[in-house]
Design a protein around this ligand. Structure first.
Ligand SMILES: *[C@@H]1O[C@H](CO)[C@@H](O)[C@H](O)[C@H]1NC(C)=O
Ligand SMILES: *[C@@H]1O[C@H](CO)[C@@H](O)[C@H](O)[C@H]1NC(C)=O
Length: 376
């Protein structure tokens, strides 16, 4: 449980080891991973892989709408986190896709184990298509046709079997997704207020974004919160029914609870850093990937093979308990930092393995992921 080791102890351990035991895993099947999901029990890591080339042209969240630049190779990659193997690639492989004909254009995703089976909810930034002619529409004008794709994993064959597409007007600029324990309800963050247009960039300053609440069974969604966001990005859900939302532009994590189908705002936590994805670890610590140097991050997005941006990983230890006792004055700790960008990627996601004390990081503009052993 959290608390046995204070954040300082963890931070120390990490600094000591950051030089030695953080391993970069560099392989094209693992590049551009915006989001990760760790199966602690079965010791597997799932990564939403995008090609970096593709990202430079087709990245609706980043105002890039060149449909023909898509490499159409996005997939879910899997590694065995405890078994580096002789090639150091941790048994890297790619899940096959069944029952879904189009290409995937991945972003955030979430996974739940339900009745022993892994179920995936993947954000998919489809190019817009004219339903009469079948031709692509001008995405610069209409934006992406983003959806959530639900898949079941058939572990024996390593295939994601398509279950359904959730398409809704409430899912317009999706970025992250968080699924409830039973897999029935899920929430997506919209990072902007509009799909395209001149004023989109100004949302960095003026704020923007919303939360859509969806049901997996009916496939229906509605906007459940649309005020007070500032580029709503990563999202995590906990067993107490709280949703934690990382607001990239303001560095604030907003806390929400579902009441009468609305995601009411409960608390705001200022981290002081631009943020990306969130991961709630098995001990209830909320882990956030943060950008200590936004300019370097933008540079790395333009030249991902040569420029790595510094990364910071924040933790709010036992967040549910802290919220109860301290409200907005919860303690935000630094779990890891790589100021010189020596071992960590330009990170958009960090997951913490409470079983074996690993920290695994990846980034949408990074050609590699990093696995750190903390040896605690
Ligand atoms: C879109 O991408 C294609 C393929 O990479 C490229 O040839 C084309 O020049 C790009 N178009 C624009 C407007 O950048
Ligand atoms: C968006 O995707 C949905 C789900 O496949 C489809 O029904 C709809 O026609 C698409 N719309 C556009 C504009 O591409």
């Amino acid at each position: 449980m959290a608390g046995i080791l204070g954040p300082r102890a963890i931070f120390w351990a990490f600094i000591v080891l950051a030089t030695g035991t953080c391993t970069r895993v560099l392989q094209s099947l693992l590049e551009g991973c915006e989001d990760l999901w760790l199966d602690e029990q079965d010791r597997k890591l799932y990564a939403a892989r995008n090609s970096l080339e593709s990202r430079k042209g087709w990245s609706p969240g980043g105002n890039l709408y060149n449909i023909s630049a898509r490499s159409r190779t996005d997939h879910i990659a899997v590694i065995d986190v405890d078994q580096p193997g002789s090639d150091g690639l941790y048994g890297l492989r790619q899940l096959k896709i069944g029952g879904y004909q189009d290409d995937l254009d991945l972003h955030g995703f979430d996974v739940r184990k339900i009745e022993g089976r892994l179920q995936f909810w993947l954000i998919n930034h489809r190019p817009p298509v004219d339903h009469v002619t079948g031709e692509f529409l001008d995405a610069l004008v209409v934006g992406a046709n983003s959806t959530v794709e639900m898949f079941d994993l058939d572990e024996t064959s390593g295939t994601l079997e398509h279950v359904k597409t959730v398409a809704s007007e409430a899912i317009f600029t999706p970025n992250g997704v968080a699924v409830e324990e039973d897999g029935l309800g899920f929430v997506i963050t919209n990072d902007h207020n509009t799909k395209t247009g001149t004023f989109r960039d100004l949302e960095m300053l003026s704020g923007g974004g919303s939360l859509a609440y969806c049901r997996s069974d009916t496939g229906r969604c509605h906007i459940a919160a649309d005020e007070g966001f500032s580029m709503a990005n990563g999202i995590a859900h906990d067993k107490n029914g709280y949703y934690y939302v990382a607001n990239s532009a303001s560095g604030i994590i907003t806390v929400h609870k579902l009441v009468n189908n609305e995601l009411i705002h409960v608390e705001s936590i200022n981290t002081g850093y631009p943020l990306d994805n969130l991961w709630l670890d098995a001990d209830g610590n909320l882990i956030a990937a943060a950008f200590p140097d936004s300019i370097a991050f933008v540079k790395s997005s333009m030249d991902p093979y040569n420029v790595v941006a510094p990364a910071t990983v924040l933790s709010i230890n036992d967040i549910a308990k802290q919220l109860k006792t301290s409200g907005k004055n919860v303690k935000v700790s630094k779990l890891a930092e790589d100021r010189d960008a020596k071992s960590l990627p330009s990170s958009t996601v960090a997951v913490h393995d409470t079983k074996d004390h690993k920290l695994i990081l990846a980034g949408i503009f990074s050609p590699f992921i990093t696995i750190c052993e903390q040896c605690l």
